[in-house]
Design a protein around this ligand. Structure first.
Ligand code: ADP
Ligand code: GN1
Ligand code: MG
Length: 366
């Protein structure tokens, strides 16, 4: 849902009791799913910022469940937060809910903009990446005593890689856009690793990998850092909070942040798995978890990194084959390019496998 002008904005401002005059309302952030706007209002002489978001109804069908999950989790986090820590805070609409469904069926919500924050698509330095790891590790720790059975499963089997693989195979077989021929190498790479896809599900079934309240989308652009201290300030993008595996929260951050290039880089010579960044994030995440993780979870952290990277690769490729209807694209073939970066990272993780395993167990002391 795109905001096309003031006539569409005014009813939203009224719905969310937003007073003042609109100074600007511009597209904001680098997410692939929702449409996010930075809204600036002049209120009694002061400039006040909000984030206005149209939630993607193709991906998220039940806004009520999402907002119930977020309300429960943010209330829990607020109780534990240090004075300088920020927790996302949503505005109430006229209907008494923290969302509004407009006459076209679009889901809207507004939350407080977090001032003096920075959001990075790639970590600028090791300390920033450590802070992202710490924030997501602490997120796991703070929610370890949250009753997970109260959460709605927003996207069933979101990180169930065997199911993602079956969906991928289906996209290859259907080949509705006639694109599979241009991705033969990538398809073969993914097929060659089939036995790996069930590793985490099997560890869970064997009792070695517990379900925890997880974020499930731990890119470093889903953590805000304090622009002055550069310490972690706030975890955002809470739509996919669901029971999941801690190793996947770890892994998704590695696939995105321990790369030397952007997720959609076209020149694969620039894309490398950065072992030093892997180490930095591992330290941040484990420090943030503060002893929460079991020995079984710790030993599977590298598997989480490889799993999330190959899973994302197959999701991007499936979307490319199906006509790019899930991940937003700004140019043709962007989802194919995104798939290729992920597969390059997987290849280099495999080359570094023993180092990854050895570093994790040495740092955790298990
Ligand atoms: P998406 O699901 O599309 O990724 P996000 O909730 O992550 O949506 O928001 C998109 C982007 O908007 C973020 O990556 C970040 O750059 C920015 N953003 C979101 N919320 C805030 C906030 N409260 N303060 C500052 N920036 C924010
Ligand atoms: C999507 O919304 P965003 O850009 O933070 C996706 C993640 C993928 C990611 C790949 C709900 O996240 O699962 O890992 O793109 N979110 C959803 O960049 O599918
Ligand atoms: Mg996001």
């Amino acid at each position: 849902m795109m905001l096309s002008g003031d006539t569409e904005l005014q009813p939203l401002l009224k719905q969310f009791h937003l007073q003042g005059t609109c100074v600007s309302c511009e597209k904001f952030g680098g997410g692939h799913i929702n449409d996010t706007y930075l809204l600036q209002l002049r209120q009694n002489g002061d400039l006040k910022k909000y984030v206005l978001q149209a939630v993607n109804t193709n991906v998220f069908q039940n806004i009520r469940s999402i907002m119930e999950n977020i309300a429960g989790v943010t209330a829990h986090l607020k109780k534990k937060a240090a004075p300088n820590e920020k927790i996302m805070s949503f505005l109430q609409a006229e209907n008494g809910c923290t969302y509004y469904i407009d006459p076209n069926g679009a889901f809207w919500r507004v939350y407080e903009f977090i001032d003096d924050s920075i959001c990075m698509d790639l970590p600028e330095n090791d300390e920033d990446f450590y802070q992202c790891g710490f924030a997501f590790g602490k997120f796991q720790r703070d929610l370890a005593d949250f009753p997970a059975d109260r959460l709605h499963e927003i996207i069933p089997d979101f990180h169930n890689t065997p199911k993602r693989y079956r969906a991928f195979l289906n996209a290859v077989e259907q080949d509705v856009c006639g694109r599979a021929a241009s991705a033969q190498k990538e398809i073969a790479f993914i097929n060659a690793r089939e036995p790996f896809y069930a590793v985490l599900e099997q560890a869970h079934a064997a009792g070695n990998l517990p379900l925890r309240v997880s974020h499930n989308d731990t890119k470093c652009n889903n953590v805000l850092l304090d622009s002055k201290t550069r310490k972690a300030l706030c975890v955002i993008d809470l739509d996919t909070i669901m029971p999941g595996f801690s190793v996947n929260d770890f892994g998704d951050a590695i696939r995105f942040g321990a790369s030397t290039a952007a997720e959609d880089e076209r020149d694969l010579d620039r894309v490398h798995f950065d072992m030093e960044k892997f180490k930095v994030y591992t330290k941040g995440f484990l420090d943030g978890c503060g002893g929460l993780l079991t020995a079984g979870e710790i030993s599977l952290l590298p598997e989480g990194a490889k799993m999330m990277t190959i899973e994302c690769g197959m999701r991007f490729l499936a979307d490319y084959l199906e006509g790019d209807h899930y991940f937003r694209i700004d140019r043709p073939d962007q989802n194919l390019d995104r798939c290729r970066t992920q597969l390059k990272l997987v290849k280099e993780m495999e080359e570094n496998w023993q180092n990854m395993k050895a570093f994790v167990s040495a740092y955790a002391g298990v």
